[in-house]
Ligand binder design. Sequence first.
Ligand code: GDD
Ligand code: MN
Length: 389
Amino acid sequence: MDISHPDLAISAEVVAKPLELAIVLPTYNERGNLASLVERLDKALAGISWEAIFVDDNSPDGTSDEARKIAQSDRRIRVIQRIGRRGLASAAIEGMCSTAAPVVAVMDADHQHDPALLPEMLAAIKSGDYDLAYASRFAEGSSTEAWGRPDRVKASGIANRIANKVTGVQLTDPMSGYFMLRTETLRTDAHRLSGVGFKILLDILATVDEPLRVKEFPLNFAARADGESKLDRTVVFEFLVGLYDKWLGRIIPTRFALFGTIGAVGVVVHMTVLATFLTIAGETLHGNVVTEFELGQTLAALVAMTFNFFLNNALTYADKRLTGFPALMKGWIKFGVTCSVGLLANVGVAAILVRFGVHEYPAALAGIVIGSVWNFALSSKFVWGRYGN
Ligand code: GDD
Ligand code: MN
């Protein structure tokens, strides 16, 4: 065998050198961007011993297959394919926890982040003077012109200002998705990160006990290469959820708060449907076996339950969202069954309390709380359970 082959010589040298850097690339429908990105990483990271981890949420476009294809002939490439999960932040956390490299970077896989910055970022971390290096779209010398999205530039500016206020972090771009730190720093606090679709960098900065020494790198934020952005529709919502999670999430868990809020809106929906029904159809039903109230109440409960189901599916369980008619239908039925039992528990508890002399309103409230906790606990397991879809 000819061991003097230049490719073999390079790979032997790389393998002999201990792993220095891992690049975590969360992906969702990025198939067309992978091969060229790996090429750019290879060029930018010449002389550095690195690996890249694609964390793909089972993209329908076959991103995972494409990543595996590349990984077949390039041992520096790894793939984590997550089933029944969604979310940039949680994908980044899992990727960062999956490497043995002492330093890890997270970057977008759509070419908006220039890999040429990686060696400088790595040098900053290795110098020992900094705990975190990140690329800012809004620092001196940065540019967002090529991005071609003035609306997003503006939105990011506002989000950054709110983020700085709420978390006390002072950076020009805490919403950036391009950063690097020692894996140990990350692992120390990984269990305390929210991982809720929130901007992961801000989450890290706001979670650590000791403030991190941060080095900022100006970035020319490019336009996306292939495919489209996934953060558009939910970005504001996820941002608010993230802030809540950091603020009160430890006292009342974010998901339960969302579930409860949606439930409360559901009560309004119920009352509106009932009132509308009674005004419109009320008169015509006189003298029937089923009273207009019974019919109206049943209809209102069904509408409110359906409303709650779809809203929880879209928001509370955005990361485990059920899609497609059969899955939605199954979920809706399971949710209905869960909530019916919750209703029985609600009424049962309230009735017992009243019997024991508790005033009706606090008793009703206790019933509602117990019913909601039941609905939440059961539906999160059986309707939106990990592999339920
Ligand atoms: N695994 C996984 N799961 N990856 C995801 C998901 C998800 O649910 N959603 C998005 N990604 C991946 C994308 O495939 C891409 O590689 C990267 O995360 C960034 O997603 P984009 O959809 O391209 O985000 P963007 O360009 O609109 O948003 C930019 O600005 C944000 C701040 O305003 C990015 O730079 C973000 O990183 C940044 O936080
Ligand atoms: Mn992007």
